[in-house]
Design a protein around this ligand. Structure first.
Ligand code: FAD
Length: 296
């Protein structure tokens, strides 16, 4: 089923993102993790696309298995990195032939050590170009990425929003945001996106913190910020792994409750292949149903 047909029902969308493990044993463990989240009735599950190397074919294999063995709606992430147009089409053919209906169309990051993205020979330069290729040749629902705090290569938020608009005009049916820890970034981004005519659903991306060093490194790489109060609270607990996880769950739950009460169409969880935090947060949200508070 296409993800764009899931919006507007009684319940917001809850989706979980995983990355393909490097080994067969890892894949089996991940599959068990995803199966264990089934009782939360995820709207869809997405699988990232590697920067290169061996895990790329696993993305398509995993989404096909998620769909056919677990009967959960999957979305394959897909990037322009290292592929010509015809190679991109070959992968898209495989995704379509596997019966998968949803693709997240991404440009991908520059290779490690490089700051600028150089389009591959006969390849594509931007996520919008990939979205246009998919729209032109495939009957697939297309997701795209967006950046409430800007992208590391951003020249400013006006340009970032304009490029997001181009992506939507090229065929993107919904957007998922980069992770953020302060909801004001999301609310501001959505307001500005609506003002320039971007009318597709914008799903907030949330990552429950599980490790202080990891989240500090990751946010500085992607250009996201951690509010001072949260960073202080995490640093105060940095020698107590369990307390960090608890703070991560509590902070994300508060974030999600506020987002959903304000009308966000769903929450996309960056799980890092670990399910307990996401399970705790979604379980509480399903009980509290903050989206019903919208009219208050
Ligand atoms: P683009 O939309 O091409 O944007 C990249 C930059 O170029 C932005 O600064 C944008 O403003 C600018 N830009 C866009 N169009 C133009 C234009 N016409 N002229 C000038 N500048 C322009 N990476 C992976 O490798 N695998 C994954 O599975 C993966 N999953 C992700 C999932 C989500 C939800 C998100 C938010 C990111 C994900 N990423 C993934 C990371 C993503 O690939 C990087 O952020 C990448 O650097 C940008 O991809 P994009 O599709 O947003 O690029």
């Amino acid at each position: 089923m296409r993800i764009d047909q899931l919006f507007g029902g009684g319940r917001p969308l809850f989706s979980f993102e995983f990355f393909p493990p490097k080994t067969d044993a890892g894949v089996e463990r991940l599959f068990a993790t995803i199966a264990a989240l089934r009782d939360l009735d995820p709207s869809f599950v997405s699988v990232t696309y590697g920067a290169g190397g061996g895990t790329r074919t696993r993305t398509v294999d995993l989404v096909a298995r998620i769909k056919h063995d677990l009967a959960i709606e999957p979305m394959a992430h897909f990037t322009c990195v290292g592929a010509s147009r015809s190679e991109l089409r070959a992968v898209l053919d495989t995704i379509r032939d596997a019966g998968v209906d949803n693709v997240l169309a991404l440009r991908g990051d520059p290779p490690a050590g490089e700051t600028a993205f150089t389009p591959p020979r006969e390849g594509l330069a931007h996520g919008a170009e990939l979205a246009a290729m998919i729209k032109d040749g495939y009957d697939l629902c297309i997701g795209g990425a967006c950046y409430p705090e800007g992208h590391p290569e951003s020249t400013g938020m006006d340009a970032e929003l304009r490029h997001t608009g181009v992506k939507v005009a090229a065929g993107v049916d919904f957007l998922i945001t980069q992770l953020f820890f302060d909801n004001r970034h999301y609310f501001d981004f959505v307001r500005r996106a609506r003002a320039i005519g971007i009318d597709v659903p914008i799903i907030p991306g949330i990552m429950p913190v599980t490790n202080v060093e990891q989240i500090t490194r990751f946010t500085s790489r992607i250009g996201a910020t951690i509010p001072d109060a949260l960073l202080r609270a995490l640093n105060d607990r940095s020698d107590d792994a369990e307390a960090v996880v608890q703070m991560g769950v509590a902070w994300s739950t508060l974030q999600c409750a506020e987002l959903l009460a304000a009308g966000a169409p769903g929450i996309h969880f960056y799980t890092l292949n670990r399910s307990p935090s996401t399970r705790a947060i979604v379980s509480a949200l399903l009980v509290a149903e903050p989206w019903r508070r919208r009219a208050d």
